[in-house]
Ligand binder design. Structure first.
Ligand SMILES: CC(=O)SCCNC(=O)CCNC(=O)[C@H](O)C(C)(C)COP(=O)(O)OP(=O)(O)OC[C@H]1O[C@@H](n2cnc3c(N)ncnc32)[C@H](O)[C@@H]1OP(=O)(O)O
Length: 514
């Protein structure tokens, strides 16, 4: 059985790639890594502890995290810093260790003594693995540039779905700080230009994840973790700060902070730039560096919110409510779902059907909106009706009150006679109509607003202004995402939409057989 939490005691960081490549077959959730000197008495003490030598671990830690990116995709990897920086009696971890992995063989006596005297939080039934690493090496020395330590370091970011590159930045700030680290975490107002920003974790979660990580790797430092609503936060006002950690891409942000500090009569911060960590297998729509955007793209099609059983409707057919903003690509997603075996109910088309001449809604619409919405052939002129109702919430409400009950009735008739296992109700305003109580799950499509405007101009012949005001009259992407179990984004070439749908369908089939 896989261990939940492993602790890798590593004396030879040069072997890290080889070691990490085997770890996922042994550990399921969290892997702590404790660097140990490969000196003759490895268990005597952690090495080294003198003040100025901590930073020399910087490159080693960077290498470990970039190897973890290649080999430990599903593990929460944390390189512990306390044992590097301080003369701590025991290795402390927030999670109890149930597997200890040594990268070379030791006698059973040595191991017993080490575990008893050096590991604080360990399960009673922990297991031990020793690897046979033949090469012995010491920690690589850093250039002089990297050996300075500072009383107070600072960094900022969104820290969505804390990944290895975030961990590297946070580790550098902690490794180089002797007293305090300040971390600015962006608030929602700073997120909206980011890819799939609607999927970014709430700020409370991001703050907590940063805090938990830091308290796990180095609880001895003081952390000041604060929300920021501009790119600078306290970095332009706090005189005690001495160094800022940035990524290669955000060096200019660091320089801007220094320019403002200078204007404010404050000391310049030393700017330490961390190399970007490569994404091991990016596809063409993903970034080549490890990034939260890629993490969010990879969430598309997965179950983002647990499914609550719906006791109001029969278990089968399983009903998916597919909804989403205007021009967000619902019909394309429906088409893929149809090819995978779902029965699709397109409520726009049902809506058009129920006010055909002779149907009850036809007369009601004429009575409500007048002859101006009737074409010469007696059909309802949807363009004319749309012109009245879109942008006029009161008129839209009147139309909805007329047609929604009739559409809902048709939907129920179709579901009752459907022989397929999965039915998809495709409806733009499914949630506003309250039809989620007729569904087992809600799936949604999103598209960035500027793309929706382009689509509406191209497809519906609207002006930019008309497109914008149509979008504004409808719920936001965030509203749909917050209500959905599964999210798709149709921004990229169709094969990527299909990929998301195939993923969602595969996971749905698994859920349905549980
Ligand atoms: C609960 C539901 O979601 S049922 C499905 C939505 N239909 C309705 O609510 C019925 C009322 N709507 C209508 O009768 C027609 O849409 C009209 C007359 C307003 C406009 O007709 P048309 O010009 O032919 O446009 P069409 O029906 O294709 O709708 C245009 C877009 O507006 C959306 N839409 C339709 N009705 C509504 C509505 N009540 N509120 C918000 N959006 C709507 C459509 O889903 C479609 O979105 P898409 O571009 O992403 O595919």
């Amino acid at each position: 059985m896989l261990a939940k939490t492993g602790l890798l005691i590593i004396s030879n960081p040069k072997q890290i790639a080889k070691i990490l490549s085997t770890i996922e077959s042994q550990v399921k959730n969290t892997l702590y890594i404790q660097l140990l000197s490969a000196l003759s008495d490895p268990f005597g003490s952690f090495y080294p502890k003198s003040f100025t030598s901590w930073p020399k671990y910087s490159q080693t830690i960077s290498k470990i995290y970039s190897q973890a990116a290649h080999h430990c995709n599903n593990l929460d990897v944390k390189v512990l810093l306390s044992g590097i920086k301080y003369n701590i009696p025991k290795i402390q971890t927030q999670r109890p260790i149930d597997l200890i992995i040594f990268d070379k063989p030791y006698s059973s006596n040595e191991i017993k003594t080490f575990i008893k005297s050096r590991i604080q939080n360990i399960t009673d039934d922990h297991k031990i693995v020793t690897l046979d690493s033949t090469e012995i090496s010491t920690i690589e020395e850093e250039t002089n540039d990297h050996v300075e330590v500072f009383k107070h370091t600072v960094l900022g970011g969104t820290f969505d779905r804390l990944h290895l590159a975030h961990k590297l930045l946070l580790s550098e700030a902690s490794l180089r700080a002797s007293n305090k680290v300040t971390i600015g975490v962006t608030e929602e107002n700073m997120l909206q230009s980011k890819t799939l920003w609607e999927l970014i974790e709430p700020i409370a979660t991001r703050l907590l994840n940063v805090e938990n990580f830091l308290k796990d790797i180095c609880p001895e430092l003081e952390y000041n973790i604060v929300p920021i609503n501009d790119p600078f936060g306290p970095a332009i006002t706090d005189p005690s700060m001495e160094m800022i950690v940035v990524s290669q891409e955000t060096i200019r942000g660091g320089e801007k902070i220094n320019a403002i500090r200078q204007e404010n009569g404050l000391n310049e911060l030393k700017i330490v730039a961390i190399e970007l960590v490569d994404e091991p297998n990016p596809n063409p729509i993903e970034e080549v560096k490890i990034s939260s955007s890629t993490a969010r793209i990879r969430l598309l099609g997965t179950l983002l919110k647990p499914v609550k059983p719906n006791e109001n409707i029969p278990h089968l057919p399983y009903v998916i409510g597919l909804t989403g903003g205007i021009a967000s690509g619902k019909s394309g997603v429906s088409e893929h779902l149809k090819n995978l075996g779902a029965h699709i109910i397109n409520c726009d088309l049902l809506g058009h059907e129920i006010y055909k001449p002779g149907k009850p809604c036809h007369q009601q619409i004429v009575d409500t909106f007048g002859d101006k919405v009737v074409s010469n052939n007696g059909e309802i002129n949807r363009q004319a009706l749309g012109g009245i109702v879109f942008n006029n919430p009161g008129e839209m409400k009147k139309l909805n009150n007329l047609v929604w009950p009739a559409i809902a009735e048709e939907v129920q008739k179709i579901i009752k006679t459907c022989t397929k296992k999965v039915v998809v109700i495709e409806a733009a305003v499914l949630l506003t109509a309250g039809w989620e109580n007729q569904c087992h799950e809600i799936w949604t499509t999103v598209i960035p607003r500027n793309e929706a405007v382009i689509r509406l101009q191209r497809r519906n012949g609207l002006t930019e202004e008309q497109a914008n005001s149509r979008i504004e009259s409808l719920p936001s992407n965030k509203f749909y995402v917050d209500s959905a179990n599964v999210v798709f984004c149709t921004l990229w070439p169709v094969e990527y939409t299909k990929e998301q749908v195939v993923k969602a369908w595969g996971l749905l089939e698994k859920r349905m057989t549980l």
